[in-house]
Write a protein that binds this ligand. Structure first.
Ligand SMILES: [Zn+2]
Length: 107
């Protein structure tokens, strides 16, 4: 049985490239999901839950935990939104999660 010669360095490079592509794809997927863009915010009942909810979302690249860098109120086309700016504790990438506060019900 002829042993197939492996070329570990080439294999490693290929693996690294594949992983990079996978991570980029995961980031794009994250942006397409609810909360990933101001056009598609996550709905929450109050601003008080924004940070807890943002923290519960893992980094799409490495599944690490996020730190909340900033939590700001933003108005887009008359809609009041909250932007949680996140940074991954593990890989250091940054991204934003978007929220819309549900309108208070009239009493
Ligand atoms: Zn990460």
């Amino acid at each position: 049985m002829a042993a197939k010669k492996s070329r570990p360095r080439t294999k490693q490079r290929e693996a690294a490239r594949t992983l990079d592509k996978l991570r980029a794809a995961r980031q794009r997927l994250f942006e397409l999901q609810p909360g990933g863009s101001p056009e598609q915010p996550l709905q929450v009942v109050s601003a008080a839950v924004v940070e807890a909810q943002a923290e519960s979302v893992p980094c799409p690249r490495c599944e690490g935990k996020h730190d909340i860098v900033e939590h700001v109120a933003v108005t887009r086309q008359g809609t009041r939104l909250r932007e949680a700016r996140l940074r991954c504790r593990q890989c250091g990438t940054t991204r934003s999660l978007w929220f819309r506060i549900q309108d208070a019900l009239p009493n």
